[in-house]
Design a protein around this ligand. Structure first.
Ligand SMILES: [Zn+2]
Length: 180
């Protein structure tokens, strides 16, 4: 697939197809969105929100959640706020999320199946890697979004005038429901 993509990319560039995407690094809408890496959101989310190239900082991970107050997601949001002019943040979870149903036990079983040594897993656990926290799913998407929103609102490095709101998107139709 990467080979095919590289071929497509050559044509895209040589055709000048990039010209309609011209923009800069400062988000026109002064908005950052944290959401899930779900494949169904790749085009649905921007379309359902009416956002285009240059409009927003879009940060994605599995579940669209924040695991730890000093993780890479928070870092990205702080850079967006402090360096790139973001004034509002939307945290958007979604229905039928694949990251909600993961479990540390299953992930570890899959690691072993894929040839990772049990000793490696055990060693990392002993060194302090918390598999339970790292690969924990969530039963309630609204609660997971609320938790991330609360973590952001109460973050010691987040300026108080940043507007932060949480939502769940219905993956079947793109409707946003407010959760906070
Ligand atoms: Zn998801």
């Amino acid at each position: 697939m990467i080979k095919e993509i590289l071929k497509y990319n050559d044509i895209f560039v040589s055709n000048g197809s990039y010209k309609s995407f011209a923009s800069n690094k400062y988000p026109q809408k002064r908005l950052a969105i944290l959401t899930c890496m779900d494949t169904r959101l790749v085009e649905l989310l921007p379309a359902a929100l009416g956002i285009h190239n240059g409009d927003v900082k879009l940060i994605k991970n599995a579940g669209g959640i924040i695991l730890d107050p000093f993780d890479n997601t928070i870092r990205s949001l702080l850079i967006a706020v402090l360096e790139l002019g973001v004034e509002e943040i939307m945290v958007i979870g979604h229905t039928d999320c694949g990251a909600a149903v993961i479990s540390p036990e299953t992930i570890i079983a899959h690691l072993i199946q894929r040839g990772i040594d049990r000793e490696t897993v055990r060693g990392l656990k002993e060194d302090g890697l918390d598999f339970e926290a790292w690969f924990k799913g969530f039963e309630n998407t609204e609660a997971a979004v609320e938790k991330s929103v609360s973590l952001l609102k109460n973050h010691p490095l987040m300026p108080a005038n940043v507007e932060i709101q949480g939502f769940v998107m219905d993956i079947t139709c793109g409707r946003l429901d407010s959760v906070s």
